[in-house]
Write a protein that binds this ligand. Structure first.
Ligand SMILES: Cc1cc2nc3c(=O)[nH]c(=O)nc-3n(C[C@H](O)[C@H](O)[C@H](O)COP(=O)(O)OP(=O)(O)OC[C@H]3O[C@@H](n4cnc5c(N)ncnc54)[C@H](O)[C@@H]3O)c2cc1C
Length: 373
């Protein structure tokens, strides 16, 4: 079989990349080992379209998040994908957090996010009567989206003209170099696909896919960045308890994540999380003992949370390219998204995507255009 491009991974990033390549007239084959699209990280997240104030100015995360949110909003409007511009409050617990709150506003402006408003304690409670805090910030353009619907829409765009295919339930097991520098992509079901372009959008498994590239390039010359896994658990309210807020409500970001926040989806189902637990391998097991720490974290901004109201809901796993200690001395360690292309590894037509944690969903359409270009 011959295709103009193969994309490994049918998560939100892989599907967005396949869509962008298809729109450029290419015949693309997307392959995913799962039986459905977006079965891994893309269906285990907060479903928030971030405005972009949390990321280091000049970073890939800042650039693609800000561009990506605008693109997704336009896309959802055009394609009738459910999304809602509900806004978000970020709450400073006490005076000691004011410097961090103000630094966030400055960073937002540097990232071209100029709609944040600083709020007093009274203004916070005027927006959300159950919220408590010393002060806060309103981000009016932070939104939510139905990720499953978004991915389904990307998939439909891909296969619309019948040339691109999305093959599910098949795993890429080996990639070698064929004639005229094409890649030979071999799958578990014994397909062999020849292609000049290969996108590694395997998410948590992107590094493992590198191990399956045989004789494609010298991987010791350009090794992938280091990889760590940080699991995040979400909790939901038990039956009989109602959602305390309309908008998204966040504490100030913590090391490694945005803190245990309140989100709701476009169907009004609410959740709190994710927390952060560094783990050795990909393992979505929920640890009910962790629910206890949620009460303290949530009561920072919602003291009205009653004992016994929470139960574990699900977990997602962040692919981290830096360790828990934030050790930047480790070669390749970074908090940013990483793209490895021909200029890093010398293999023409090959793009690796590493470290696509948050805001990967928000960034997907902007990342896809960059990859396709
Ligand atoms: C807890 C959590 C909360 C988040 N919240 C947000 C948020 O609110 N907003 C936001 O913008 N971002 C958020 N993110 C980030 C966002 O979810 C991810 O960036 C995005 O889903 C990554 O998509 P992906 O396509 O790269 O990976 P995935 O969705 O993991 O897709 C990779 C796919 O590759 C497939 N695969 C792997 N290896 C192979 C192989 N060898 N052969 C075939 N298929 C293979 C897998 O089956 C998988 O389906 C969050 C992430 C986490 C973990």
């Amino acid at each position: 079989e011959r295709y103009d491009a193969v994309v490994v991974g049918a998560g939100v990033i892989g599907l967005a990349c396949a869509r962008a390549l298809s729109l450029r007239g290419m015949r693309v084959c997307v392959i995913d080992k799962a039986e459905s699209i977006g079965a891994e990280t893309s269906s285990k997240n907060s479903e928030v379209l971030h405005a972009g104030m949390h990321y280091v100015p000049g970073s890939a995360k800042a650039k693609f998040c800000v561009e990506g949110r605008r693109k997704i909003v336009k896309y959802c409007e055009k394609k009738d994908v459910k999304w809602e511009n509900i806004g978000k409050l970020i709450v400073a617990r006490d005076e000691s957090q004011m410097d961090a709150l103000e630094a966030m506003i400055t960073r937002a402006q540097m990232n071209d996010v100029d709609d944040l408003a600083l709020l007093t304690s009274e203004q916070l409670t005027a927006y959300e009567k159950n919220v408590r805090g010393y002060a806060g910030v309103l981000s009016p353009s932070t939104s939510i989206v139905d990720v499953q619907e978004l991915m389904e829409s990307f998939r439909r765009d891909c296969v619309r003209d019948g040339r691109t295919t999305v093959a599910l339930g098949d795993e890429v097991v080996e990639i070698t170099r064929g004639l005229s520098k094409t890649f030979q992509v071999k799958t578990k079901s014994r397909r062999v696909i020849s292609t000049p372009r290969l996108v590694n959008a395997a998410g948590l498994y992107a590094h493992r896919l590198c191990d399956r590239l045989l004789d494609v390039y010298d991987i010791s010359v350009t090794p992938p960045p280091p990889l760590y896994f940080a699991r995040g658990m979400y909790c939901e309210l038990k039956k009989g308890y109602s959602a305390p807020f309309q908008r998204l409500v966040y504490p100030l970001p913590r090391e490694g994540g945005l803190g245990v926040h309140f989100t709701r989806d476009v169907y009004d189902k609410c959740k709190f999380g994710p927390d952060i637990e560094w783990i050795d391998d990909i393992d979505y097991t929920m640890n009910p003992a962790r629910v206890r720490s949620f009460y303290e974290a949530i009561r920072e901004y919602w003291p009205g949370l009653q004992d016994g109201a929470l139960r574990p809901a699900f977990t997602g796993i962040r692919p981290k390219l830096i360790n828990e200690a934030g050790d930047t001395d480790e070669p390749g360690a970074t908090t940013d998204f990483v793209f490895q292309t021909e200029s890093q590894h010398g293999a023409v037509g090959l793009v690796h995507l590493f470290g696509f944690e948050s805001p990967g969903l928000t960034s997907s359409l902007a990342v896809a255009e960059y990859v396709a270009d």
